[in-house]
Ligand binder design. Structure first.
Ligand SMILES: NC(=O)c1ccc[n+]([C@@H]2O[C@H](COP(=O)([O-])OP(=O)(O)OC[C@H]3O[C@@H](n4cnc5c(N)ncnc54)[C@H](OP(=O)(O)O)[C@@H]3O)[C@@H](O)[C@H]2O)c1
Length: 295
């Protein structure tokens, strides 16, 4: 993959945390950055933040609420219309909620933002990604998929939206596992296109991820992050940028990177049959087939 100067990277979650730090770093490296924020009301602040990025590349801000299919379709359409070539699509948005909440489409919110919207947006912008090849899709995930309290033993396709049982910590970990499986299946279906996919665990990072938790749960979560050696978002962002741009990762696809190193994820995250079934369940939810010729 050529160096990022002058190349175009689209990032969700650009208003805070790892996404914002990643946008800033890419901009300083001379990349053109297209930052997605949740709502139009965030545009003035996002533009002010972005004005402070002081990078050499061009910066655009787009609006897209990842909880709404209509908004994701609109966002995808705008990306495809405005950018004929994309060199990186970085799914940095995320949300942790203390209870099960449904979005405008009656879909559980954490599942929408962290899994279903990235799945759909990826499919919709494959044209510019293929035109920009070699290009990369990076999905943020975490070691929670296999470590610590309530780590999942396997993906439960009947509880993707916490419909059977909802535990906020277990649900976040379950989605981390789903994202790793998605990346593997996507890599398989994109074989030969020049579009690579990587799942990236940036390491515990001090961000606002737990801000929707009530304070006792937030304190508990933050304490767990600190015990695990949480660092500033800028360090996590370095790992995201590495995954998106490092020429040494050319040809490395479908893999899981932990803080910059390729490692083997949990056995549950290495189940090709489950990765395929998850893809099919996603298609059923969206009422459409994607990359079917490769299945
Ligand atoms: N922090 C960590 O230690 C850590 C470790 C491993 C993996 N991760 C993963 O990294 C990703 C980013 O987390 P973070 O720590 O940077 O959290 P963060 O600071 O809370 O950032 C999350 C971003 O997602 C955006 N977002 C949330 N709901 C959205 C929606 N409906 N539509 C569009 N954007 C939405 C937020 O926008 P608003 O500001 O508008 O809400 C924010 O910009 C997540 O997927 C998380 O699972 C984090």
């Amino acid at each position: 993959m050529p160096r990022p100067q002058g190349r175009t990277f689209v990032l969700s979650g650009g208003s805070s945390g790892l996404g914002r730090a990643t946008a800033s770093l890419l901009s300083r490296m001379g990349a053109n950055v297209v930052v997605v924020v949740r709502g139009a009301e965030q545009l003035p602040e996002a533009r002010a933040q972005i004005a402070g990025l002081s990078g050499r590349g061009k910066v655009d801000v787009l609006v897209g609420d990842l909880a709404s299919r209509e908004a994701v379709e609109g966002l995808a359409g705008e990306i495809v219309n405005r950018f004929s070539e994309i060199h990186g699509l970085l799914h940095c948005a995320g949300i942790r909620l203390p209870d099960r909440r449904l979005g405008p489409d009656e879909t559980e919110l954490m599942f929408s933002v962290e899994y279903l919207a990235p799945f759909l947006l990826t499919q919709r912008v494959l044209g510019p990604l293929m035109a920009g090849a070699p290009s990369r899709i990076v999905v943020l995930t975490g070691e929670g998929h296999r470590k610590g309290f309530r780590a999942p033993r396997a993906l439960d396709l009947k509880n993707l939206q916490g419909e059977r049982e909802f535990d906020p910590i277990a649900h976040g970990k379950h989605l981390a596992l789903a994202k790793i499986l998605f990346v593997q299946e996507l890599a398989r279906r994109l074989d030969g296109t020049g579009v690579g996919t990587l799942s990236v665990a940036p390491g515990p990072s001090r961000t606002g991820l737990l801000r929707h938790y009530p304070w006792p749960l937030r304190m508990l979560g933050q304490a767990a992050f600190l015990v695990r050696g949480a660092k500033g978002a800028e360090l996590g962002a370095e790992h995201v940028v590495h995954a998106a741009t490092d020429p040494e990762l050319e040809g490395v696809t479908g893999k899981y990177l932990l803080e910059g190193r390729e490692v083997v994820p949990s056995p549950a995250a290495r189940d090709p049959g489950m990765a395929r079934r998850l893809w099919e369940v996603s298609e059923e939810l969206l009422g459409e087939r994607f990359l079917p010729g490769e299945s």
